[in-house]
Design a protein around this ligand. Sequence first.
Ligand code: C2O
Length: 550
Amino acid sequence: MLLGGLGGLYGVTAGPKVLAAPIMPPDLSKCHDAKAPALHDHCCPPYDPSETISEYGFPATPLRVRRPAHLVKDDQEYLDKYKEAVRRMKNLPAEHPWNYYQQANIHCQYCNDAYYQQNTDDVPVQVHFSWIFLPWHRYYLHFYERILGKLIDDDTFTIPFWNWDTKEGMTFPAIFQDASSPLYDPKRDQRHVKDGAILDLKYAYTDNPASDSEIIRENLCFIQKTFKYSLSLAELFMGDPVRAGEKEIQEANGQLEVIHNAAHMWVGEPDGYKEDMGDFSTAARDSVFYCHHSNVDRMWDIYRNLRGNQVEFEDKDWLDSTFLFHDENEQLVKVKASQMLSPIYTHPCKCKRNVIGDCLNPTKLRYTFEQVPLPWLGKINCQKTAETKSKATTELSLTRVGEFGTTPQALDASNPLRVIVARPKKNRKKKEKQEKVEVIQIKDIKVTTNETARFDVYVAVPYGDLAGPDYGEFVGSFVRLAHGKKGSDGTQEQGAKKKGKLKLGITALLEDIDAEDADKLVVTLVLRTGSVTVGGVSIKLLQTDTPAVI
Ligand code: C2O
């Protein structure tokens, strides 16, 4: 009873605060053997004890404009520069911090437990699954881009973005697929990168039988829903808080990270360790990694713009999160999440909510994105049609669906878990919805092997306590990439240590399907791949940080 009560309490806030402190960079003198079977060795960088850490002097270079990968394809001059820069990076001495593989190893260090947080001997610095996912990767790309520019002496050089949020950009970017180019990587799923196959943002290692145009529509809907359902609360989009020293929290990545995982899985090899893109320890060895993350970064920029450029987390523990990188002057520099945001407070253009105008956010980092159409922001029919709904009611194949109860349940791929969940309040007024967002919360998610795991979540309105055969609306997903770890004896360790949680906003969804007057909802969890147990499904009202705006 008592435990149940506590669980509920922690469910409402971001989790128990252990130290209430921002994530700090690790002690670089203590790099541990990163445990990832896809690596033949460790991924620690060479360590130079005489190296000092400086404050980063933000650049005063021209504003760099990142362009869509499918549109730079015919810009031979740009492509030659890009290839030359990567070639030079690959040719640097192996120990050089700018060397291509040293740069790739940075990603491994910060996601495969190479560094522990300061003053701990067992809490790794982990840059995924939380609110530091986006800022850390933004800086990672920023320095990478500037180093490439430096190598070819071009301070306007940019990494292109994989524009997977538009139909024309939904195939693997051709510029990475020329086997004679330094941008090429043979460790990819050849079925996906060769044929102009359409990227499936719900990919789970089985090919989607739907037609290309249907996959495109589903992708655009997934992106639209992700923005719409998480617009009033940044953690739903960006991930939950993580603070220094916290060990027992349930990690929760935001839906943008979930979407991004699908591209990793879809590009990486389908078998073995899923190299390169499909496993975090090797992902950044593929040049397309940076191109993919450039679009992830752009999605964040658009999200911020749609929210009127307001700071996502007015919380020192996010704003003061601090990271270390080698900059384009070979300096080891320290950067904070807040530093990249500061000019936005004074940005002169008044972005109107709901409008992508001429005012994406050029930041102190001196880059921005070329503006291209955002088809997912327009009107697309992403809800089930009325026809499907009425068919469900007349089929009379209604089944009784129970509550989740208190026992953890293993998801079963052939038999989706369906539970009936009471809503805290129905018929909420507009003002109440602006103050609190309704959220499905799935807790104690345990991925029980090191394989990639994915489940998708659907919501439907029950008929009394009965559920129709249709799962209803797709809301969002949980995805954990393969996170292989080698045990001390060299064999693969079984089972991820930490439990996770998934939070999906449904206020806008309930409006879309006209379900605001339902007392209860049927929530269906469909396991797509991997092995997962969950500890509970509930619906909560969480304080918004900005009124719903889309
Ligand atoms: Cu650090 Cu795409 O992941």
